[in-house]
Design a protein. Sequence first.
Length: 256
Amino acid sequence: MPPAMPSADKKGEVDVAGSKIYYAIYGKGDPVILLHGGLGNADHFSNQVPQLAGKFQVIVIDSRGQGRSTMSLSKTPLTYRAMADDVIGVMDALRIAKASFVGWSDGGEIALRIAVDHPERVDRLFVFGANYDAHGSKPRGSSNPPTFQAYAVKCKSDFMKMAKNPKMYDQVLDALLPVWRNPAGFTKDDLRSIKAPTMVADGDHDEVIVLDQVAEMSQLIPNAKLKIFTNTSHFALWQDPKTFNQTVLDFLTAPL
């Protein structure tokens, strides 16, 4: 599990379509936005922030209804597109015209959605542990793998500590389940349209993502690179943060 998050240089929230979206900023330089996994929160990047903040202005965001961010008062359904629009809203409020993105799992889906719908806002794109349609998900048994069970326990514990209304946990989970079960997904042409320099990555023992589809994504996205972390799973950023961080840094700083 990740350590405690360092102190932020600045943090706040932005009202987007009736949701209050939490953000925190670390370091100076070109902006890099980190987007966490489903039911998680920005503090899950605590292994990455100190390393990246030495070279970049790092912005972490809690997705709608998760962590310290609230659900929409307008009852807008939770979708990856809605969460992507929240990120654009935070960028607009912070006057960030363009940023690089590091997205993990659900955060990877959100980052892909931004790259497809708002290509002018994306500098570079690092997507870890994501797929592009339902065929990229492994069949689920009657119970989740132990790693996911431990992740779910941590996410609920974090939510109870962070959320403005901890009693909303079950409602947020109910809102996320349809997103996970029936993701809107992307077409192959969507992926072919992505203009930003991209790296698609995963752990070689990912419990829920089909690696063949990760490799296919790297072929569909123009000039994308593929990185498979060895002896890791869907949680490589926690399991091998040193290799994960160096890979992200090398990608973000590589000459174009």
